[in-house]
Ligand binder design. Structure first.
Ligand SMILES: [Zn+2]
Length: 396
C-alpha cells in the first residue's frame, strides 16, 4: 500500500496548501483520514476557527486518530502539526507546493517543518496496524501550530479528546530534529502593553500627556526586571526582550497612545500569569509616595509553557538505548530552541514523558527551498515503529 511509503505521503501532504495564516488544514487532514480509517484507526476531526484579522476563517481543523491495541495499557502518542508558514518573498528554485524529489531530497514548504514528520509517524502507525501485538497508538495532527499552537490547545480543551489523551503514557513530537531525540524546549510568553496619554499640538507639548514617554520609561523598568528563577541546567535561563514600540502619528502632535510588545522565553517552573502580572506592575508608572501609580493595559498574546523531560526517566533511557542503533552518535541531553505542540499536550498530560524527534533540519524550517533528506524520512519511520514495538513489549 503506497500510503505506507513515508516519502510519497510527505510529498502528497506538501501539495496541499496549509499555509498559516490563513491555515485551511482540513483538506490535507481529510487525505490522512482517508488512509488511516480503512486501516482500523478511529479518526476524529476537531474543527476550530480562530479569528484572523477580524474574520473567522473556515477549514481549520486538527485530526486525532486512535489505533486500538491488541494489549491493554497506556497508549504511545505521536504528534505534530500540518500547517506551514508562508512562502516568504524570495523566489523559490523549486515549486514550493510541488513535493518534488531531487537527489535524495524532498523539496517544498513543510518538507522539514513538518510534513515529513507527519508522514513518517503515519507510515509507522500504518505498519503497526498490520502487526498482531501492539499497544494503543494515538496520532495527533494539529492545525494552527505556527500561530501559537491554536489547534493543540483546542484539542486539549475538548472533553472527549482530553479523555483519550489521558490514556497516553508517553509522547513523541515529530518536529524536525535531524532524527536526534531532544528532551524539551523553553516556553513563550508574548505580551502587549498599552499606554494612554493625551494628545496636543506639538508646539504646546505641556498641554498633552506623552504616551511615548510613558512607554520608553516602562521599557527601562521592564529591562531591569528580575524574574528570580535560576537558569535551568540544560535549557539555560529565561530571557525577556522588548521587541516593538509603536507610537505617534505625525511629527507635530503629542502621541496619546503607545504600545510595546515583549517576548519572554520561560523555563520549567515559571508561570505565565505570574510573570505577566510582574511585567504589568513594572510597566505601570509608579505613583508619588502615598498615591496609586498609573496602570497599563496588559494583553497576553501567547502563553506556552516550557517542556522538559528528565533524561533519567525510565522510558527515555529505554528509548535512547533503542534509538542509538539508528544514530551516528548516541543521544545526549539536547534541547530545541522553538516551541512545539508538546506544550499543549503537557497541560493535558502533566506527567507523560515527551521526546521531540523527527526528520528534517530545524535550520531549514521556514526557509526558501526548504527540503528534507528522504533517507532521514525513512529512518524516522523505522525509529517510530521501533519505539512503538518497544512500548508494546514493555506493556506486555
Ligand atoms: Zn514545526
Amino acid at each position: 500500500m503506497h500510503a505506507a511509503d513515508p516519502v510519497r505521503l510527505a510529498a502528497e501532504l506538501i501539495r496541499y496548501d496549509t499555509t498559516n495564516p490563513p491555515g485551511g488544514e482540513e483538506m490535507a487532514l481529510r487525505h490522512l483520514a482517508g488512509i488511516l480509517a480503512p486501516a482500523g484507526f478511529v479518526v476524529t476531526m476537531d474543527a476550530f476557527a480562530p479569528a484572523q484579522g477580524g474574520t473567522v476563517t473556515t477549514g481549520r481543523a486538527s485530526l486525532v486518530a486512535r489505533l486500538p491495541g491488541t494489549r491493554p495499557g497506556p497508549a504511545l502518542c505521536f504528534a505534530g502539526h500540518i500547517d506551514t508558514v508562508p512562502l516568504g518573498t524570495a523566489p523559490w528554485s523549486v515549486p514550493p507546493l510541488g513535493g518534488e524529489e531531487r537527489e535524495g531530497r524532498l523539496y517544498g514548504r513543510g518538507a522539514s517543518d513538518m510534513k515529513s514528520g507527519i508522514a513518517a509517524m503515519c507510515a509507522a502507525a500504518l505498519r503497526m496496524a498490520g502487526e498482531d501485538a501492539r499497544s494503543d497508538m494515538v496520532l495527533c495532527v494539529f492545525g494552527g501550530e505556527e500561530t501559537g499552537c491554536e489547534g493543540s490547545f483546542h484539542v486539549a480543551r475538548d472533553p472527549a479528546l482530553l479523555d483519550l489523551l489521558r490514556r497516553v503514557g508517553a509522547v513523541v513530537v515529530c518536529e524536525p530534529t535531524r532524527n536526534r531525540p531532544l528532551l524539551g524546549h523553553k516556553g513563550a510568553l508574548w505580551l502587549e502593553c498599552g499606554f494612554t496619554g493625551r494628545t496636543a499640538h506639538g508646539s504646546m507639548p505641556e498641554l498633552g500627556d506623552n504616551a511615548l514617554y510613558k512607554a520608553v520609561d516602562a521599557v527601562a523598568r521592564i529591562r531591569a526586571l528580575d524574574f528570580g528563577a535560576p537558569p535551568h541546567p540544560h535549557l539555560g535561563g529565561w530571557t525577556c526582550s522588548v521587541n516593538t514600540l509603536h507610537a505617534g502619528q505625525n511629527t507635530n502632535s503629542v502621541p496619546d497612545r503607545a504600545t510595546l510588545r515583549i517576548d519572554i522565553r520561560t523555563i520549567p517552573g515559571q508561570r505565565g500569569a505570574v510573570m505577566a502580572r510582574k511585567v504589568a506592575e513594572a510597566a505601570g508608572e509608579p505613583g508619588e509616595p502615598g498615591e496609586p501609580g498609573e496602570e497599563v493595559e496588559m494583553g497576553v498574546l501567547l502563553d506556552i509553557p516550557a517542556v522538559w523531560t528528565e533524561p533519567d526517566h525510565p522510558w527515555v533511557r529505554r528509548a535512547f538505548g533503542l534509538l542509538a542503533e539508528y544514530l551516528d552518535a548516541p543521544p545526549g541531553i539536547e534541547s530545541v530552541q522553538f516551541f512545539t505542540d508538546a506544550a499543549a499536550l503537557r497541560t493535558a498530560l502533566p506527567d507523560a514523558p515527551v521526546l521531540i524527534l523527527g526528520p528534517g533540519d530545524p535550520a531549514l524550517a521556514h526557509r526558501t527551498d526548504e527540503f528534507a533528506e528522504t533517507a532521514q524520512i525513512r529512518a524516522a519511520t523505522d525509529m517510530y515503529a521501533a519505539l512503538a514495538r518497544q512500548w508494546c513489549a514493555q506493556a506486555g
